[in-house]
Design a protein around this ligand. Structure first.
Ligand SMILES: Nc1nc2c(ncn2[C@@H]2O[C@H](COP(=O)(O)OP(=O)(O)OP(=O)(O)O)[C@@H](O)[C@H]2O)c(=O)[nH]1
Ligand SMILES: [Mg+2]
Length: 229
């Protein structure tokens, strides 16, 4: 839940990166930490195993001046994707304001992605929340791999709804789409809480060319595994 302190003129907003194990959530934060100017960011805190699997969460704080007279602090978290850490995912979701759902584009990961999206919705319900009230964006990550599922397939599986979510193609490992994804999530929150939707949170210029174009209405549809809310 957004935390607004009028005496210190500070707004805190929590964005959680959610998705299946190894889809690239931590890589998004590592890349952001590298790309964003020093003055705006705190340390990247990661609690990981020796094999770099997230054990509890990653955390990165970004201070911005996107609202006149206020400091807006975006607190970015990742969840651990491995199935066994569900209690931790529920805890990290507490007080969430916005979500980035990271999809692994690898064909072999579709079942994991679908399961993770369903798990997100279940865990939001545990927190008395839902995707209807929590702004979210999608990132189709690992677009660089040779066996990536087509965007049409991903859009149908994860974004087949009347009010489609903003979706971005990403290569988190090299930075493609990472800032765009975060800025889109941040803009949704700023629009919700302040009616100031045009902020560039990361302070960097960015082309919008990685916004996924919705598939045409006559695109072939894949009936199985559609979990869009
Ligand atoms: N080819 C490619 N590899 C990527 C990309 N993004 C992340 N990876 C790799 O995918 C692996 C997993 O990335 P992580 O960021 O640790 O994944 P995670 O979602 O945080 O995983 P958990 O913490 O276990 O849930 C690492 O080897 C990354 O280098 C990408 O865009 N392309
Ligand atoms: Mg991780």
């Amino acid at each position: 839940m957004a935390f607004i302190n009028y005496s210190s003129r500070e707004i805190q907003l929590k964005i959680v990166y959610y998705g299946a194990a190894l889809c690239g959530k931590t890589t998004n934060l590592v890349t952001l930490h590298k790309q964003i100017t020093h003055a705006q960011k705190g340390e990247l805190v990661s609690l990981a195993t020796d094999a770099d699997r997230t054990l509890f969460f990653d955390f990165l704080s970004l201070n911005t001046k996107t609202l006149p007279g206020f400091t807006t602090r975006f607190q970015l978290y990742t969840v651990p994707g491995q199935a066994i850490y569900n209690t931790t995912r529920q805890l990290v979701l507490k007080g969430v304001d916005g979500i980035v759902f990271v999809v692994d584009s690898h064909w072999d990961k579709m079942a994991d992605n679908v399961e993770s999206f369903a798990n997100l919705q279940e865990n939001l319900i545990e927190n008395h929340l839902s995707l209807v009230q929590i702004p979210y964006v999608l990132q189709y990550n690992k677009r660089d791999i040779p066996n990536a599922a087509p965007i049409n397939y991903l859009e149908f599986t994860f974004n087949n709804r009347a009010n489609r979510a903003l979706a971005f193609e990403g290569v988190a490992a090299t930075g493609v789409g990472v800032l765009e994804t975060l800025n889109a999530a941040a803009r949704l929150l700023l629009a919700k809480y302040s009616k100031t939707p045009n902020a560039n949170v990361t302070g960097l210029s960015q082309p919008n060319n990685s916004v996924v174009v919705p598939p045409p209405a006559d695109a072939p549809q894949v009936p199985a595994g559609n979990v869009a809310a």
